[in-house]
Design a protein around this ligand. Structure first.
Ligand code: FUC
Length: 747
């Protein structure tokens, strides 16, 4: 197939539409065909039916429940007995005891909810031609257009600056509209507002309609009484009124310009061109179907950018973090309650944040960590008699931190520790010392203090281990699963490095250093695999979606190609045993893992499995027509995992010499390592990426042709020794902040 690399940038009219557009020849029938817009607080799904437009919408604080402390008070009195049972090989008894005495109260957390539908009726629009429904990722605007005597165009976007969903209709002013409350199904449409309550959360949504010379604009605002996880005293009516009044005063043209400026400031930081073929002229749903047996590299770029679009849409400063569905949800009983599952899913949502240059989109997660450190301190005290804070495998709007659902997988101690490593990574990518001192360090230290108190000596080996815990979500309740040990080792190392930079807590640092060296090491088992548990009991036929013991390869970096070659090989063997098929997010993880294993073609193979048509029934992972990733059902982590994985093929900035002994200068932020095209698949021989970010605070542009580096341009923010690597060759730079460095074929 003909390759037209870079031509698109020179002459965009050559193509039917911009490579950054999702488009369809028909309206959405299913929710996973509708197109999402979001502003970090509100989300909307646009169906695009000509006569009956449905815009289903959410507000991110509409949850069931109320402020509540979920900790199981006094549970620490049973902790020792649970551990003793596990050490005595009595797993079932330990799980039973824990089920009775150690679980969250109540046992389940609360659910994220739908809010409502905005419906528009265009009774005259039955006969039409040239129908097209689209979402332009470059502007963040969804559109529905067709000819029906006149050209009708509806534009929909979610404004972050004005906190409204904006719908503009041109070519037609004869229509009726109304809103439907998702909690009052069966009730007639209300002309312009809905208001109600679900448990303690009071909500309101309202529209205003404004005619102007170019058509009609509908503004949709929504709010709740939620102020924070302990306070629901806000007035949703006053909030909605104030928001609508401010937005109405601006008018459509100004709202649109304001939205595009705000959105593009984030989105346009990164461009990715992987080449072009005729395949990209087809509608998006057809491209997904064709991907595995055609050549459509620009669909990979679209999937990459779509993840960035979804992160901008679901996680903006001041709002809630992206939940299991970002913030798009049409059900009041969504899969896994659409909460925050943090034994992989919440973290994966943020894997692209730094690398794909959307650093501030991670701030809502850090705000949530501030809450979790408070609620998690109660759980730490009541359930472990420990200092610091702990988070088990889920949290919700009310910041529940205690173990939920069932003891065999709910008791997993390292959610807070894993999320705290994101604070350190944010520092590595930004170099922001104020953030490190004021936000990151206190949270990281609290997460580490919990393990100073809660780790125990394994009677058999003498090593320090966590427990009771589990290797998500299999094998049941155990002591010291490998993933926990890797996470705690990383966290301790990072707290030590941060304390050194800030010049604080030298005694604690000594204590952490001593304890860190005693944590049970990674072990290689009888099949040449990396052991998932303390015991050598892995089953080589195990295809479980979680591959938790590979955390040390990615997202961690204590198992590396040059620092720990034997463990690296064993980890790779473990991933080979797991196979290439998996649920959506699991494939997202596998793309990143194969990239870290420096095997671009294997990463590509997984990407091909990920980019194929998905279905709920029969269950099949892949992508839905609107490019939402399918577990199945839809779960947004797979989208974010894919975006991170595609970037990880092109650029890695972790230290490939890392070990579990102590942090290297790169891992502690004193130096940087830029690994160019470390896992470039042979299917992507030509390309150009701008605006990626590397640890050490470095902007990176890379251009390649026929699999060879043409040039890389590095822009470090601060002075820094940088090692640049490409195809086995390395070059050292003593870089000055603010300067630009170009490296090329001489590498
Ligand atoms: C974890 C995973 C499931 C699912 C759920 C939301 O429990 O094991 O696959 O993604 O989170």
């Amino acid at each position: 197939m003909k390759r037209l690399l870079f031509l698109a940038a020179l002459s965009p009219c050559l193509f039917a539409q911009s490579p950054l557009t999702l488009w369809y020849k028909q309206p959405a029938n299913l929710w996973v065909e509708a197109l999402p817009v979001g502003n970090g607080r509100m989300g909307a799904m646009v169906f695009g039916d000509p006569t009956h437009e449905r815009i289903q919408f959410n507000e991110s604080t509409v949850w069931t429940g109320e402020p509540h402390d979920y900790a199981h008070h006094g549970a620490y009195q049973h902790l020792d007995e649970i551990r003793q049972l596990l050490w005595a090989g009595k797993q079932k008894e330990a799980e039973d005891l824990a089920e009775k005495e150690f679980m969250s109260e109540p046992l389940h957390q609360r659910k994220y909810q739908a809010l409502g539908d905005l419906e528009l009726e265009f009774p005259e629009h039955r006969s039409l031609s040239n129908y097209r429904r689209s979402l332009d990722l470059d502007t963040g605007i969804a559109a529905v257009e067709y000819d029906t005597g006149v050209h009708v165009r509806r534009e929909i976007f979610a404004s972050y600056s004005s906190n409204v969903i904006v719908i503009h209709i041109s070519g037609e002013s004869q229509f009726s509209s109304g809103v439907r409350d998702a909690h009052k199904v069966g009730q007639a449409l209300s002309p312009a507002n809905l208001a109600g309550a679900v448990d303690a959360v009071h909500y309101e949504a309202r529209t205003v309609t404004i005619p102007d010379s170019t058509g009609v604009t509908i503004l949709l605002a929504a709010a709740t009484n939620f102020k924070n996880y302990r306070d629901v005293s806000a007035d949703p009516h006053a909030r909605v009124e104030a928001t609508l009044a401010a937005a109405k005063a601006k008018g459509y043209a100004a709202l649109r310009a304001e939205h595009i400026a705000d959105y593009q400031k984030l989105f346009r930081r990164v461009s990715l061109d992987l080449g072009h073929t005729d395949a990209e002229k087809l509608p998006t749903d057809e491209r997904i179907k064709n991907f595995a047996h055609g050549s459509d590299p620009s669909l990979v770029a679209l999937v990459f950018q779509y993840g960035r679009y979804l992160l901008i849409g679901s996680s903006r400063p001041g709002g809630q973090p992206a939940n299991l569905q970002g913030l798009w949800n049409e059900s009041n009983n969504p899969p896994w309650d659409s909460k925050y599952t943090d034994n992989i899913n919440t973290e994966m949502n943020y894997w692209p944040a730094e690398l794909a240059n959307l650093s501030e989109c991670q701030l809502p997660l850090f705000d949530a960590l501030k809450d979790l450190a408070v609620s998690g301190a109660i759980t730490a005290k009541e359930q472990y008699n420990a200092r610091g804070w702990v988070l088990h495998h889920n949290f919700d709007l009310w910041r529940g931190t205690a173990p939920i659902n069932a003891s065999n997988h709910g008791i997993w101690e390292t959610g807070g520790a894993w999320l705290s490593t994101h604070l350190w990574e944010h520092y590595l990518f930004t170099g922001d010392k104020t953030f490190l001192r004021d936000t990151a360090y206190p949270l990281m230290k609290g997460a580490a203090l919990f393990f100073v108190d809660a780790m125990v000596k394994d009677p058999k080996t003498g090593y320090l281990i966590t427990g009771p815990s589990n290797s998500p979500e299999q094998g049941g309740l155990v002591m010291g699963p490998t993933m926990d040990r890797q996470i705690v080792r990383s966290l301790f190392g990072e707290v030590i490095a941060a304390g050194k930079i800030l010049g604080v807590d030298s005694q604690l640092r000594d204590q952490l250093t001593a304890m860190r060296a005693k944590i049970a090491p990674n072990m290689i088992g009888k099949y040449g695999q990396l052991q998932e548990w303390m015991e050598d009991k892995d089953d080589p036929k195990n295809k479980h979606r979680h591959q938790s013991h590979l955390w040390g390869v990615y997202p961690g970096s204590e198992i590396t190609p040059y620092g720990t070659p034997d463990l690296f090989k064993a980890a790779q063997q473990s991933l080979i045993f797991r196979g290439d098929e998996a649920t959506g997010w699991s494939m997202g993880w596998k793309v990143n893992l194969w990239a870290r294993f420096l095997d671009g073609d294997h990463a590509w193979k997984i990407l091909q499995n990920l980019i194929q048509p998905a279905s709920d029934k029969p269950a099949h992972a892949g992508l839905f027509p609107n490019l939402f990733d399918a577990h199945p059902p839809f779960q947004i982590d797979g989208n974010f995992g894919a975006t991170a994985g595609i970037a990880e093929m092109l650029l890695q900035s972790d230290d490939p010499h890392g070990t579990s002994t102590s942090l290297t200068p790169v891992q502690s932020g004193e130096a940087a390592f830029i690994n160019l095209l470390p896992a470039l698949p042979s299917a992507l021989p030509d390309g150009h990426v701008t605006g990626l970010r590397a640890r050490g605070g470095i902007g990176v542009e890379i251009e390649w042709k026929a699999g060879k580096l043409v040039k890389a341009v590095l822009k470090p923010d601060t002075d820094k020794p940088i090692t640049v690597r490409f195809a086995g060759k390395e070059k050292q730079l003593q870089a000055k902040g603010g300067q630009t460095y170009t490296v090329g074929a001489e590498l």
